[in-house]
Ligand binder design. Structure first.
Ligand SMILES: [Cu+2]
Length: 327
């Protein structure tokens, strides 16, 4: 069985209309060819309920086993002949410029990428303790060097993920991951307790649904502000919400776009966890011109946190998600 992170289309019919569901941006890309998708949204856009989105390009669960193991995304610095070459592996605390390139099997910098969700490359940086999360969009120089300013607030271990698709014929979507270390004394913070609500900048986001190992489940996030449902979310990179989940312990990476739906207050996703365990979910949403991130700790395969969409979610630790901002 595929142990990779999978996002499956919640309904094939809905997925088939994904490309037009949001009515924005050509960059979103309509339904992708049913390739070995690797990042969640691609699979979600793939009109097959069993589409794999395991971040391990080339290992579609519906395809014959190719290399034997199927990995969630982001666990490898090299895959499919491409390498994430980070030139700034030990940035200072605070704002600094990160620089990297994607190199092909010959060590040459890749300069041509396929635009996905409005960008040629999506760059996520998270602290190993999952208390810092940045979703960034680097700028590419003509020679294939990417640069981006990032604010890594404190010393410690971080991981950066590059999510891209080379333009080369036959190239697959890839999510490569690389370690960064911000020098200095480091005190890891405990992961916030599992919770069904998060607060960010005055917005409350409620999470309902389950993250089930090996099984597609719906995650429904509901955004409100000052007690009122937010019904005018704005498209951000072609969708009303972007969800990244990172697994505690190894930061396996999962990126998923929402199921079809309107501009709030609900944004629905379909996700499959690669395993039981604890995950940190980061929801990006845009409202009134600003992108914010709400974060949740979710236990996959744990009945205590399996909040059915119809039920009132258990609400334990109410307020966390502070400090998860966009750089
Ligand atoms: Cu992005």
């Amino acid at each position: 069985m595929n142990t990779g992170l999978k996002i499956t289309a919640f309904a094939a019919a809905l997925a088939a209309t994904f490309g037009t569901a949001y009515g924005v941006g050509k960059g979103v890309g309509p339904v992708e060819e049913p390739q070995k998708a690797e990042h969640g949204d691609h699979a979600a856009a793939t009109p097959r309920p069993s589409a794999s989105a395991d971040g391990h390009a080339g290992h579609d669960e519906t395809a014959p086993a190719q290399a034997g193991t199927e990995l969630p995304g982001g666990l490898q610095v090299s895959d499919g002949g491409y390498t994430l070459a980070l030139q700034t592996p030990t940035p200072p605390a605070g704002r600094s410029t990160l620089r990297f390139s994607i190199q092909d099997a010959a060590g040459k910098k890749v300069t041509a990428f396929t635009t996905e969700h409005g960008k040629e490359l999506h760059f996520i940086v998270a602290s190993r303790d999952l208390t810092v999360f940045r979703h960034l969009h680097p700028v590419k120089a003509a020679d294939g060097t990417w640069t981006v300013e990032a604010d890594l607030p404190a010393a410690g271990g971080y991981k950066a993920f590059a999510d891209f698709k080379p333009a080369a014929k036959g190239a697959k979507n890839l999510t490569l991951g690389v370690d960064l270390g911000v020098p200095g004394a480091y005190t890891p913070k405990p992961l916030p307790a599992a919770a069904s609500t998060a607060t960010v900048d005055g917005y409350q986001v409620r999470l309902r649904g389950t993250l089930d190992p090996g099984k597609a489940g719906e995650l429904r996030l509901t955004v409100s502000k000052a007690g009122k449902p937010v019904t005018d979310l704005e498209p951000y990179l072609g969708a009303y919400g972007h969800l990244v989940a990172l697994r505690q312990g190894d930061l396996a990476y999962l990126h998923v776009h929402p199921n079809e739906g309107g501009p709030g207050p609900d944004v629905s996703f379909t996700a499959t966890a690669p395993s039981a365990g604890t995950y940190r979910l980061f929801l990006d949403f845009q409202h009134q011109g600003e992108v914010r991130t709400a974060a949740f700790t979710v236990k996959a395969g744990a009945p205590s946190t399996a909040t059915a969409p119809a039920a009132t979610p258990s609400e334990t630790a109410e307020h966390d998600a502070g400090g998860h901002s966009h750089g």
